[in-house]
Ligand binder design. Sequence first.
Ligand SMILES: C[S@@+](CC[C@H](N)C(=O)[O-])C[C@H]1O[C@@H](n2cnc3c(N)ncnc32)[C@H](O)[C@@H]1O
Length: 221
Amino acid sequence: MDVSPGNSDFFESTMLTSMQVRPLRVASVAASALSLLALSFVVGSASRVGAEQTATQKRPDAANLAPYVPTPQEVVDRMLQLAGVTKGDVVYDLGCGDGRIPITAAQQYGARGVGVDIDPQRIAEANANAKRAGVAHLVSFKLQDALATDLSEATVVTLYLLSSSNLKLRPILTRQLKPGARIVSHNFSMGDWEPEKVDTFILAGGSRTLYLWKADGKIRP
Ligand SMILES: C[S@@+](CC[C@H](N)C(=O)[O-])C[C@H]1O[C@@H](n2cnc3c(N)ncnc32)[C@H](O)[C@@H]1O
């Protein structure tokens, strides 16, 4: 089976580029912050700058598995179809962004959903979106590291992370998920674990690939 992911290299490089430029941005933000701090010290308002930085801080203890790039709604729908989601499922999105995958699973199938993300801004958006969609009773969102999340109740796990991040999650997924649980990844594979299905399609002129694996009780390091 050819599982080459169409233009996923593009997405991976887009994501990687975004991740690689982050240190530069951080350095320049840090430099600007230092100048601001010095200026604030002079004018006596340093405490306000410190408070603003703390309010938007991501979890410092967690690895950044991917930058925020939301999955288009058409692709979300297709991911849930590929997983064969039903009302009885518990859908976990690891790195949930604005919560659109668990929210759609709840809206369209009546499934329960859980999303985790290390960015407090995303978790706030996800909670607001769930309320707006009328599914707050079915979904929950946690400011939590995907690599430290208990997945034992999940029957479906969705991913839109980098291949290297999927590989970090692989031993956790294969150890914790019960046989029959499904994993669907948008655009990124999981090393030498052959997917059960691959769905490649064109959206807005670009190629997308979805991968489906089923947990079978075998732990894959
Ligand atoms: C490509 S976005 C995907 C968002 C959403 N799943 C979707 O498909 O629309 C990746 C998300 O993973 C989050 N993330 C990165 N590292 C993480 C970690 N260690 N634990 C949980 N979330 C993480 C980012 O903050 C970002 O929101």
